[in-house]
Design a binder for this molecule. Structure first.
Ligand SMILES: [Ca+2]
Ligand SMILES: [Ca+2]
Length: 240
């Protein structure tokens, strides 16, 4: 019995857990779009550092997206996230100015949106949105980073702070996921990723944007992988 216990102890002491992470950064080098489109210009300088996406226009809201219908796709962002233990999105932002139509400084929100066009709801494709923070001269006068980590891409319930869309609540008219569609369903079939100022359920009027976004990043972490450094047969051989 004692000998058996020792064998098990030896076998388990040699198993280690290793988390494997894969990170993709879109830095808009030399003004390259990195597979993104939307209402930004892609410029070769002014970024953090180097190239940058530059929202410089009178627009309802800022949007940088990859995977729009008929548009470029960056497959590091547009993918099936179901096999990962965590997913982190981040980007850097700097607001040169953001004003209303008569030039008064205003504040807008910004967040990330993941959309799955294979799950269509009454108000459009199903998706999920997370509001990361504010866009304004006061909030981001210099480069800063917004980031959100999804700890369980296979969660069926919406994690705290996430909004579903694709349908609306019949009583409150707030956006919700279509019936039968879960957070996990969307994460398993993302067709479009966006950094956007359009919070689901809100409507916007024109604003003068001069806002820079750089280093759009996704990090996926594999589930913990157990590595075996000693085989069971070699352990048994030690006790023969
Ligand atoms: Ca850059
Ligand atoms: Ca899909």
């Amino acid at each position: 019995m004692k000998r058996m216990f020792m064998m098990i102890a030896v076998a388990t002491c040699c198993l280690a857990t290793v988390a494997l992470a894969e990170t993709t950064v879109v830095g808009f080098d030399d003004g390259d779009d990195g597979g993104f489109s939307g209402n930004a210009f892609f410029e070769a300088s002014g970024g953090n550092p180097g190239g940058t996406a530059h929202h410089l226009a009178l627009i309802f809201f800022n949007v940088l997206r990859t995977g729009g219908v008929g548009e470029p796709v960056n497959e590091s962002f547009v993918r099936d996230y179901s096999s990962y233990s965590s997913v982190t999105f981040s980007f850097d932002i700097k607001t040169n100015s953001l004003t209303d139509f008569i030039g008064n400084p205003i504040v807008r929100s910004i967040g990330v949106s993941l959309m799955d066009r294979d799950n269509e709801g009454p108000s459009g494709p199903a998706g999920v949105f997370f509001e990361l923070g504010l866009v304004s001269e006061a909030a981001n006068p210099d480069w800063m980073t917004y980031s959100i980590t999804i700890d369980d891409p296979m969660a069926t319930e919406l994690p705290a702070g996430w909004i579903g869309f694709g349908d609306e609540d019949p009583n409150t008219f707030e956006p919700v996921l279509p019936e039968g569609v879960t957070f996990a369903d969307v994460l398993a079939g993302v067709d479009q990723f966006e950094i956007t100022g359009a919070v689901p359920g809100f409507f916007y009027t024109d604003a003068n944007f001069d806002v820079l976004i750089d280093n759009v990043t996704v990090t996926v972490e594999e589930g913990s992988v157990r590595t075996e450094t000693t085989s069971w047969s070699s352990v048994k051989a030690e006790f023969k």
